[in-house]
Design a binder for this molecule. Structure first.
Ligand SMILES: Nc1ncnc2c1ncn2[C@@H]1O[C@H](COP(=O)(O)OP(=O)(O)OP(=O)(O)O)[C@@H](O)[C@H]1O
Length: 238
């Protein structure tokens, strides 16, 4: 079966420095693939390559079998790939509703509207008329995810959605993700919290200095193996 999204031998970097090295993987419809790795491992760069925001130096990105390597980010968004970047990047002077509606710009058909986004992310229900500048970090993150959903993506790329948030807010966001992933949406997730990643992911790819050093399902990989991969040779308990 053709994968929803595939990276084929992708390398990418900045000038002479290589951030992603010869990475390959596939994401099936409805699957959550987690990219795990320490700071600087290349996870955000890889997400940007998948989104069309960073050109790989080598390799290909395929969407439903079509080569989209040279398709730019805005066009790739129209084709169904949506990046929710680290740092949220909302429009502070717009209301929550307006920020969500900005996400619908590409006008793909699908189930996501302001109403269905609020169903999936209930914390937004009372906030639609509020300016984004007046939101807590968790509320902003929920808007950023909701804005991504409004483009009716087939692939959602989530970069550190829980960064800086209180555990209770992260719990709420992850509970929402469980409802979001139905309907064949593929998710590529970058998350610092290994425990949470293992709980939510169908498959893990552990990155070290740009390379994929370990891959498999949470059932196949021991915590020790994931931790060793995360830190290189160093062993830590978690
Ligand atoms: N704009 C940039 N210019 C130059 N080098 C960069 C740039 N962005 C990232 N890098 C470098 O590329 C490598 C991979 O960075 P990247 O942000 O992809 O890693 P990451 O795994 O997402 O890290 P983090 O968890 O800290 O966000 C790092 O060595 C980083 O310093």
């Amino acid at each position: 079966m053709t994968a929803l999204l595939a990276a084929e031998s992708v390398s990418a970097g900045y000038g002479d420095s290589r951030a992603v090295a010869d990475l390959s993987f596939e994401v099936a419809p409805g699957e959550v693939l987690a990219l795990v790795g320490a700071n600087g491992a290349g996870k955000s760069t890889l997400l940007r390559v998948l989104a069309g925001a960073h050109r790989p130096s080598v390799g290909r990105v395929l969407l439903r079998g079509e080569d989209v390597t040279h398709v730019r980010d805005f066009e790739r968004n129209r084709l169904g790939v949506c990046l929710v970047p680290e740092g949220r990047r909302l429009f502070p002077s717009l209301t929550v509703r307006e920020n969500l509606e900005v996400g619908a710009g590409s006008r793909r058909d699908g189930r996501w509207t302001v109403d269905t986004v609020v169903d999936a992310l209930p914390m937004l229900g009372d906030l639609l008329g509020r300016n984004a500048s007046q939101l807590s970090g968790g509320q902003q993150q929920a808007v950023a995810i909701g804005r991504g959903l409004m483009s009716n993506p087939e692939v959602l790329l989530l970069d550190e959605v829980s960064l800086g948030l209180a555990p209770i807010v992260i719990d709420e966001l992850y509970a929402s993700l469980a409802t979001v992933r139905g309907g064949g949406l593929g998710i590529v997730l970058v998350e610092q919290d290994l425990e949470r990643t293992v709980a939510v992911a169908d498959r893990l790819v552990c990155m070290l200095e740009g390379h994929a050093v370990l891959a498999g399902t949470p059932g196949e990989l021991s915590r020790q193996a994931i931790t060793d991969a995360y830190f290189g040779h160093e062993v830590a308990s978690w």
